[in-house]
Design a protein around this ligand. Sequence first.
Ligand SMILES: *Cc1c(COP(=O)(O)O)cnc(C)c1O
Length: 391
Amino acid sequence: MSPWDLNPIYLDNHATTPVDPRVLEDVLPYLRDRLGNAASISHRFGWDASASVDRARRQCASLINAEPREIVFTSGATESNNLALKGLVEARRGAAAHVVTAATEHPAVLDTLKHLERQGCRVTIVPVEPDGRLDVARLRDAITADTLFVSVMYANNETGVIHPIREIGELCRERSVIFHCDAAQALGKIPIDVAADHVDLLSASAHKLYGPKGVGLLYVRRGASQLLPLAQMDGGGHEGGFRSGTLNVPGIVGLGTACALCAAEMQADSARLSALRDHLLARLRHSIEGLHINGSMEHRLPHNLNVSIPGIDADALLAATPEIAVSTGSACSSGHDSSYVLRAMNTPPELLQCVVRFGLGRFTTADEINMAAERIASVANELRRQSALIR
Ligand SMILES: *Cc1c(COP(=O)(O)O)cnc(C)c1O
């Protein structure tokens, strides 16, 4: 049975996005007869695959204002983060490194840094402000003479809050510190320019921008003085030696098309989605008393809304609305498993109990938003009535 049989409204586009039909169209031939290995240099199948990968590399580079040779294809943002961070520390050849990150990073960064800490790195985790943003002055204070890199995400996967990336990039450049940025949520949704932002390494994942799962990229700035990450996957020397393994040609072609579509449609998509998102917020606010928004509205991805509904158990709310695919901060009532991202923002405990994250997407319609707002509000109010009766 397909999950679509339940007639759901998919509003969990921060977890993953559907593959755009135009991406699928471009990928299918590579799963059928365009079967070449991009490293086969002796026949047409290999040349075809290699040319297709080259095209995808240009499409990806163009979306972030990079050179094609600066794009390393990986299996996704998790791998890109591991390659960038572990690879940089290894490239320093054992010299004890100090690294800096923010409290609200994705586990693919935080857990990688925990691993590096066990290997002798010093890790400084900078707290964020109550609106979810990193204060650049605090970051400046955390950088020391032996800081190797700073890793700060472009936009957060729970709150959609966008960090002051250009200021962070300028600071890192000024202090000669390498700047890695996890842009898995931001790429394709808001304009990214690695040159203007002074980003040295940037991670992204195809399935967050309407491409297939299991493919992503790491942008690696190629400058004369640049420290380059050491490969974490050794073998045939693919991807300029940064990442060995036969290239995932269908996936890479899909990522390329996904990037090209985002470049062409981002502006229109984000205008439409931010209007829909604001409409969703207005409707929820109107019908749910005490609705609280988590994180800055000003510095936020256009398709994100993250709210707390005081007095409601998120599990109960989501269980009663199976036709709406949204996600919550996580297991709510205990407070123990509540979102570390929201806790890092000093969110009051009563607001950690019922968090709903809405992630709109390219295929979200106004009808779906109206239905979702109506259902969530009526179920939330019904749950409040019931708990008032029990008390
Ligand atoms: C989804 C995500 C990742 C991991 O991407 P994968 O493709 O699952 O490896 C990393 N960082 C952020 C911010 C994400 O949203």
